[in-house]
Design a protein around this ligand. Structure first.
Ligand SMILES: [Zn+2]
Length: 81
């Protein structure tokens, strides 16, 4: 991978994390939806996330936000420096 490719990857990862952080709030071992403020514990990461009634984000975000965060962080760690 060239330095240019690495820069592009880092940019995409940063962008993905920025988008993710506009929809989710991480607080200790809890993850909260920014649309309805419902939360999910880290130990329930393999359960689908349950939004509150009428949540504006429920149709546009993943059902497994912990997994999405973990995948992004793994990609960051695997990216060349
Ligand atoms: Zn929600």
């Amino acid at each position: 991978m060239s330095a240019c490719d690495s820069d592009a990857l880092q940019y995409r990862l940063g962008d993905s994390l920025n988008v993710w952080s506009t929809k989710w709030v991480l607080d200790a071992n809890m993850l909260f939806c920014a649309g309805c403020s419902r939360g999910q514990r880290a130990r329930d990461a393999n359960q689908p996330f349950r939004h509150g009634d009428g949540c504006r984000l429920s149709s546009e975000v993943t059902l497994y936000p912990w997994r999405e965060l973990a995948e992004m962080l793994c990609t960051v760690l695997q990216a060349p420096a």
